[in-house]
Design a protein around this ligand. Structure first.
Ligand SMILES: Nc1ncnc2c1ncn2[C@@H]1O[C@H](COP(=O)(O)OP(=O)(O)O)[C@@H](O)[C@H]1O
Ligand SMILES: *[C@@H]1O[C@H](CO)[C@@H](O)[C@H](O)[C@H]1NC(C)=O
Ligand SMILES: *[C@@H]1O[C@H](CO)[C@@H](O)[C@H](O)[C@H]1NC(C)=O
Ligand SMILES: *[C@@H]1O[C@H](CO)[C@@H](O)[C@H](O)[C@H]1NC(C)=O
Ligand SMILES: [Mg+2]
Length: 444
């Protein structure tokens, strides 16, 4: 792959497979960086973006063992693309922009923070060596975080938070201080939990994972960068180490024979096939918003919009439990009749009969989201709160929160929805942290 990318700028003949941002061919510029597994090229016409090119080479023990494996780059590319797509659709900030070819993708240009963040659910590998007495299989709840300084000459030593703080790295103008360290720590946990949830749909245990962050040179934002591929995690199908599908298989080889390399490659292919399934919905549900009157339409549209942001279908209907109870029950039967998991949201002003009547007559969850008015709101809300025995409807006042609560219900079985909720929690936490940092800087 190196031969096709001379160091002087030229126009690449590689056609672009998708139809979004970049033009049909890329002007590949200077090689900015090269490591054990990939090369980074500047893109002449797209400042702020780079091309990340995988090499057909597999390494272990810091490149002591080095074998070419044909097709590995393509598999790694596929794995990275799918994983980054999942993370990005969930709402995690990453450097990944789009796939370019079998072995390359376009990313935002970052200055990389030279730390590998390791996150573990199950104790195995080097953790056991560093923590004698802990048996393989010990489960970390909460997740165990570790960091390693990327320093090949010294075999990537484990670092403490204090060591990272004291080295005062400055990347793309951003100094890595406590705030940035906390953001990376929190983000690593969220990213692990999202990938763990996704792999669980394939009956596969995400045992541990290592990732790297970069600072976007344009925005100075900390984003997940580099790649996530077979070299980045341990995956145990059905939680069984003997079926491991990750690079450990390669590290464990006593002798590198063509047959053994075929097995490693088959394993990698297993992952790259499964990884596509992580993007597929495992369950599909819907929200049905019932409004007592079209005068509540604006309130209901907000609920629909928020549902859509979670990827949940949302249907709006008009019915009054006071004035047309037969229709209310008929509509209810319509949605009970096709087997699609449904959450009902009842939007009725003044006296909310709609939610309670629904709740008394269906086993599906019912969320009251009454559009309260300043004049009588404080009194009206009791019609959503005080219920006869046997009813279990909830009441949520803001339309966004009603959609979020419905998403949390679907998130129990739909990992794509759960992942969006999880990333949103992280992003809120990061925003608060950055707002505080900015305020502190201003008041100095
Ligand atoms: N989006 C990016 N922008 C700039 N540099 C990147 C980006 N993604 C990865 N890199 C860097 O490219 C280099 C090559 O990657 P790799 O072969 O994995 O190196 P290493 O052997 O150090 O792990 C690394 O220094 C990596 O941090
Ligand atoms: C990798 O390359 C292929 C090549 O076609 C491209 O279509 C794809 O989008 C890229 N990502 C992965 C992995 O497949
Ligand atoms: C990450 O954060 C947790 C919880 O605050 C802390 O216990 C842990 O030491 C941190 N890990 C690293 C590697 O900084
Ligand atoms: C998932 O793993 C369990 C073992 O933990 C196994 O019994 C079950 O058959 C597997 N299911 C699928 C769909 O592979
Ligand atoms: Mg690397």
């Amino acid at each position: 792959p190196e031969a096709t990318h001379p160091k002087t700028p030229h126009s690449s003949p590689i056609p672009d497979s998708s139809n979004s941002i970049p033009p049909l061919s890329l002007k590949i510029g200077q090689k900015l960086n090269e490591g054990k597994t990939k090369q980074i090229f500047e893109l002449v016409d797209q400042p702020g973006l780079v091309l990340v090119q995988s090499k057909d080479q597999i390494t272990a023990g810091n490149a002591v063992r080095k074998d070419q494996m044909e097709g590995k780059a393509a598999i790694a590319n596929k794995t990275t693309s799918c994983v980054f797509k999942l993370l990005q659709e969930s709402g995690i900030k990453t450097a990944f922009v789009k796939q370019h070819s079998d072995t390359a993708f376009i990313a935002t240009h970052c200055e990389m923070i030279p730390i590998e963040w390791v996150c573990r659910r199950v104790a195995t590998g080097s953790f056991l060596k560093r923590n004698p007495g802990v048996k393989e299989g010990y489960r970390f709840t909460p997740l165990k975080m570790e960091m390693f300084f990327k320093d090949d000459a010294n075999n990537d030593p484990q670092w403490s938070e204090e060591q990272l703080l004291e080295s005062k790295f400055c990347l793309a103008g951003l100094t890595i201080s406590q705030c940035e360290v906390d953001i990376m720590n929190r983000s690593t946990v969220a990213i692990f939990e999202i990938l763990e949830k996704a792999w669980a749909t394939q009956n596969c245990t995400l045992v541990d994972m290592k990732i790297e962050f970069g600072v976007n040179v344009k925005t100075q934002e900390i984003v997940l960068a580099d790649v996530i591929d077979n070299d980045s995690w341990r995956l145990w199908p059905a939680g069984d180490r003997s079926q491991q599908k990750d690079k450990q298989v390669y590290r464990d080889l006593k002798e590198v024979t063509p047959e053994a390399m075929q097995m490693v490659k088959r394993n990698f292919e297993w992952v790259s096939e499964r990884v596509k399934l992580l993007l597929e919905p495992q369950a599909s549900g819907r929200v049905v918003v019932l409004m007592g009157s079209t005068s509540d339409m604006a309130h209901c549209e907000k609920i629909r919009k928020a549902c859509t942001s979670y990827g949940i279908m949302c249907i709006l209907r008009v019915t009054s439990a006071h004035k047309g109870p037969d229709e209310t029950l008929r509509i209810k039967a319509e949605y009970e009749g096709d087997g699609v998991p449904t959450v009902f949201v009842a939007v009725a002003g003044r006296s909310n009969g709609l939610g309670p009547v629904m709740s008394g007559n269906t086993a599906y969850p019912v969320i009251n989201c009454p559009p309260l008015t300043p004049d009588w709101g404080a009194q009206d809300v009791w019609s959503s709160l005080r219920m006869p025995s046997g009813l279990g409807c909830s009441t949520v006042l803001s339309p966004d929160a009603a959609a979020q609560f419905a998403a949390q219900i679907f998130g129990l079985t739909d990992h794509l929805v759960w992942c969006k909720l999880r990333a949103s929690m992280l992003n809120t936490w990061v925003s608060l942290k950055l707002a505080d940092k900015k305020l502190q800087a201003c008041s100095l």
